[in-house]
Each structure stands twice: as C-alpha cells, then as structure tokens.
Design a protein around this ligand. Structure first.
Ligand code: NZQ
Ligand code: ZN
Length: 386
C-alpha cells in the first residue's frame, strides 16, 4: 500500500536548445545578481558568454572557484560577498556542486544568527529566509536542479553532510543539453552512476505495490542504461544527452519516493568515503551499493527479483534472479568505467573503523528498515575491500 504523502515541487524547468537566452524572462528585472560558478568549465564551453549575453541588462557580481564537493570554507567567502553587495538573486552556472553551494549561500546570506555550519548545514536552527536563486545546469547527475537539498563539505574536519529546506528549491532551472557536450567522459560516467543510484535508493527496498512509482523508477533506470553507451561514446549526441539530462532530473525530484520506503544508506556511506578519501560522489556509491545488495539480499529479495526481471529482462529461479540483480548492477557501473571495489581508492580497515566510529558517535542507523547499523556498515565495506 502506498503510504500517505504530500508532494510539492515548485521548480520551473526550462528545457532544450538555446534556453539560456530565456534567463531574463525568469529573473525579476532590476535584480542585482550573484553569479556563482566552479573551476572555469563555463569559460571553455561558451556557457558563460551565453549567460552574460542573456543578462546584459542586469548588474552582476561574480563568484567563481566553487569546488566539486563544495566546501563551507569557500562558500562563506561567497556569502560575505553577497551580503556586502546586497544581491537580490543568485544564479548558479555549473554542475551539482555549484548548485548545492548556491543553496547554502542562499540560506546563509540573510541568516543573522552566525555559526552557519551548525545552524544551516547541521540544521540546528530553523531559518525562514533565503535569497532566491535559479540555475543553469551543465552536468546531468545530482537532481539538485529540481530538489531542495544540498550536500556541503567541511575541509578542515573532512566532513560531508546533507542539508535542505523547502526554502531551497531553485526558482527555475535551465537545462540545455548542449551545455553538456563539453563534459569529459569521467564526468558523464559519474552522472550516469549517480542518477542510477538515486533511483536504486528509492526503488530497491521492499514491495508496497506502488505501481506508478515502480514503473517510473524502472523506466528511469532503463533509460539510463539505454543512453549510457551512447553518451559515453559521443557527448555531442543531442538526442541521447537530452534523455540522459531529463532522466537524471526525474531521478531525484521527489516523484519516485512519494509514499514508498527509501534506503539512502549507500549515499550516507559514500559521503564518508568522499570526505575521507576524496572519492568522486558517484564513484563512492558504486563501491557500496553492490555489497549493500549482497548484505541485504534477504530483506530486499522482492525488489531484487522485480529489478532483475523488469529492468534487465532476466529469467530464472529466485536465487538466480537475486544473483543476477547484483551482477548486472556491478556490470553497469563497470561498463561505464566506474570501479566497484573501495580498495581501488586506498580504502582499508582504518577507514572502515573511522566511518563506524563516526556513525556510532552520531547515533545514526540507515536503510529502509532502519537496520544499517555501524556494524552493518563495517560488514558491507569489508566486502568492498576483500
Ligand atoms: O568546476 P567546473 O570547472 O565547472 O568543472 C566541473 C567539475 O570539475 C565539471 N563540469 C561541470 N559541467 C561541465 C564540466 N566540465 C565540462 N563541461 C561541462 N558542461 O565537472 C566537475 C564535477 O562537477 P560537480 O558539480 O562536482 O559534479 P556533480 O554535478 O556530479 O555534483 C556532485 C556534488 O553534488 C552532490 C554530491 O555529493 C557532490 O558534492 N549531490 C547533490 C545532491 C542534491 N543536491 O540533491 C544529491 C546527490 O546525491 C549528491 O550527493
Ligand atoms: Zn548522489
């Protein structure tokens, strides 16, 4: 049975070729804009010029250098700039990291309580204001363009936490698949793996007969599997890139998780691997999910069988289908060049014990059945370094 739910998503999606030109129709005229970006990809692929041309009538202050896995330390510099310049709108131009960073900046600029790490990232205070922001997305992966969450890192303590608020939905997101043509193969693979894992976190739990959610989830995964070889081969394939881009958005805009159990343990463990070893977000997931599936194969049996049949067209006994579900998942990651063993990144027993300690101290237990305890995390990660 589908659980009671309310679903709210106010993000306007502006999708397709040449849509950056529509920015000025979507930002109140007269706004002073803080334009946020990353390490400079937008200068090499023409996106910056398109954005500047579209915003010729506006006063713009720029803040660049937001790094992948955006850090609190860097973002606070943008917050100070935004406060000093009294900006009324923020425009994120780049991938999920720039956009997540922008969400933090949006919440922090009007916040007067100080200690933004504790109050905003660790959610110790409820805030009621955020500077409005929009996005030009250049990397299909996170779904941040249509949700109200963000993941922020603290470099000084090697920590990474999710944050969010209903105030942090973008006002709009421009999704022009042509902006993704410049992506290097490793980032395309990351995007595919991240979006794939987002669906799995919301789908591979236990069956509740949520027919629409299951069909949608299976459809998004099948789409990702179908476009994967195409976008890996040719990043300028508009047809494949546009399907990839929309699939990645739908994978985490809240629709797939309406009224169904969700897992998210893979993400929580992955964040620690990124925080401690600098593993790319998507790559951190691929070294966890296959072993989480193995570890939880009794509890996840129903959905694993359904996944093997409906996504991968597999047949066989229940035991065979469960084995194929795990094998196909590993093969998918590996087919796009994403390793599935944590040992590749130098993760060993010491890291496992550190993660176990962190989760124990935080008192957190994850998974759809709330049984991914620190001991379970240890067992899962041990399989990934064996
Ligand atoms: O910084 P620049 O120079 O722009 O280069 C970036 C960066 O080096 C580059 N890039 C982006 N678009 C490009 C491009 N290069 C060439 N052409 C383009 N069109 O790609 C690199 C990676 O960018 P990043 O934004 O870090 O990647 P992604 O979009 O995968 O974002 C990852 C972050 O999002 C968080 C992750 O934890 C990680 O911090 N997530 C956010 C979520 C959310 N808000 O809902 C959910 C996710 O599960 C995830 O945790
Ligand atoms: Zn993710």
């Amino acid at each position: 049975m589908i659980s009671n739910f309310s679903y709210y998503n106010p993000v306007k999606i502006i999708f397709g070729k040449d849509t950056i030109a529509l920015l000025s129709k979507n930002i109140p005229s007269g706004s002073k804009i803080l334009l946020t970006y990353g390490g400079g990809s937008i200068f090499k692929n023409g996106v910056y010029e398109q954005v500047k041309a579209a915003l010729a009538e506006y006063e713009i202050v720029e803040f660049g250098g937001i790094e992948p896995n955006p850090t609190f330390e860097t973002l606070m510099k943008a917050v100070e700039l935004g406060r000093k310049e009294n900006v009324d709108f923020i425009l994120s131009v780049g991938g999920g990291s720039v956009l997540d960073g922008t969400k933090f900046i949006s919440a922090a600029i009007p916040f007067e309580g100080g200690n933004e790490w504790d109050n905003i990232v660790l959610r110790k205070t409820k805030y009621d204001k955020a500077t409005p922001f929009g996005a030009v997305l250049t990397l299909p992966a996170t779904g941040s363009e249509m949700n109200s969450g963000a993941v922020i890192s603290k470099a000084s303590t090697k920590e990474k936490y999710g944050m969010g608020s209903p105030l942090l939905f973008p006002k709009f997101s421009v999704l022009d698949p042509e902006t993704t043509f410049s992506l290097p193969k490793n980032q395309i693979a990351n995007g595919l793996a991240d979006a794939f894992t987002h669906v799995m976190e919301q789908y591979l739990t236990y069956p509740v007969n949520a027919m629409i959610q299951d069909e949608f989830a299976e459809g998004v995964i099948r789409t990702l599997i179908t476009v994967a070889p195409k976008v890996m081969k040719d990043s300028t394939d508009y047809d494949a890139m546009s399907n990839f881009m929309w699939a990645a958005t739908v994978a985490l805009n809240g629709l797939l998780s309406t009224g169904v159990p969700t897992d998210w343990a893979t993400h929580q463990i992955g964040h620690e691997l990124t925080a401690l070893h600098g593993v790319d977000h998507a790559r951190s997931l691929a070294v966890v999910l296959p072993y989480l599936m193995k570890y939880k194969k009794e509890d996840k049996k129903g959905k694993m069988i359904q996944y093997a049949q409906k996504v991968w067209n597999e047949t066989g006994t229940d035991e065979e289908l469960i084995a194929k579900a795990i094998q196909r998942t590993i093969e998918f990651y590996e087919s796009i060049g994403i390793p599935t063993k944590a040992s590749v990144y130098g993760v060993g027993e010491e890291t496992i014990q550190e993660i176990k300690k962190r989760f124990t101290e935080r008192g957190v237990i994850y998974g759809e059945r709330k049984d991914i305890t620190p001991d379970a995390v240890e067992a899962i990660l041990r399989m990934s370094i064996a």
